[in-house]
Design a protein around this ligand. Sequence first.
Ligand code: SF4
Length: 376
Amino acid sequence: VCPTAALTEVDNTRHVWNALANPEKHVVVQIAPAVRVAIGEMFDMAPGSITTGKIATALRRMGFDGVFDTDFSADLTIMEEATELIHRIQHNGTLPMLTSCCPAWVKFFEHQFPDLLDIPSTCKSPQIMFGAIAKTYYAEKKNLDPQNITVVSIMPCLAKKAESKRPELTKDENSNVDIVITTREFGRMMKSAGIDFPNLEDSDFDKLMGESTGASVIFGTTGGVIEAATRTAYEWITGEELENVDFVQLRGLEGIREATVTIGDMDLHIGIAHGLGNARKLLDEIRAGKSKFHAIEIMACPGGCIGGGGQPYHHGDMNIIRERQKAIYEEDKGKKRRKSHENEEIIKLYEEFLGEPYGQKAHDLLHTHYEAREKI
Ligand code: SF4
């Protein structure tokens, strides 16, 4: 926070209220996994309170036409990312493959490691995949003109605002996110609307893009994306059911972690880093040709998105991050389905619209590329 208040955060709440007040707009909203375990702190609830059902109720009361979950598109990301990883392993592709759902991290490697642009996954982030599906599949299903759909994201993250404006992602304006607000902005909107958040009843997200598995919930914490991908890759590679989905060796809060997961006759070496200083160490190893990993997850914020820059302030208090992380794993555990490829709405999306994971249509809508950018 700027000590003299000369700088203030970009506030996009006015744009959301304007869209909601515009009768010509069909306004849909998505909420990221980490938001649900932190927003309660703005209403004096304990850190790590799980508020998923209250959020859905609040968004409906605010007037959104479709109340959806970024967890849905996190499951979609895993369908694409697990397929890409398997493809790279089986076809001598570039390894390690790096996760690409954190825009601060993506920007960092574009500036600092422009010689390694082929290592991150080409998957768009869950936020951006959601926009692409909302303005194509959802528009088709609801018989709506994509130009009349406004997609709002509620993110734990300030970098997600910039991500939604990336030229590579905005060239087709009919498949993108229109307005991004943070967890804090969402909390302020609820307060200004007089919503008594702690006492709201629970409700579910809307159908079509509202179902999610435990694998998508854990995207909210460091290690979660790669654990979700491992759950799916395991079953797809071995053809066997994964009975224990908890890869506890991938969890924790140490800045750099590593684990080996045996999948059939293969040992998958996985690296995890959160914080860009830690990421740099793993990247320097790759550049020097010394990396032993097949896959690496990197998140810019401490603890991953639960510690994101748009979350209620935690002032570096790792106890708060720990409580939020515990809540993420608790929500995962309580889910009926815990592997992304078992999400029935995702299965239907491929059957009715996308075709095969990593196929042509999926490539056009759900994948991107990276650009070397000037060093800063
Ligand atoms: Fe945003 Fe931080 Fe999450 Fe990266 S780790 S997506 S910067 S909140």
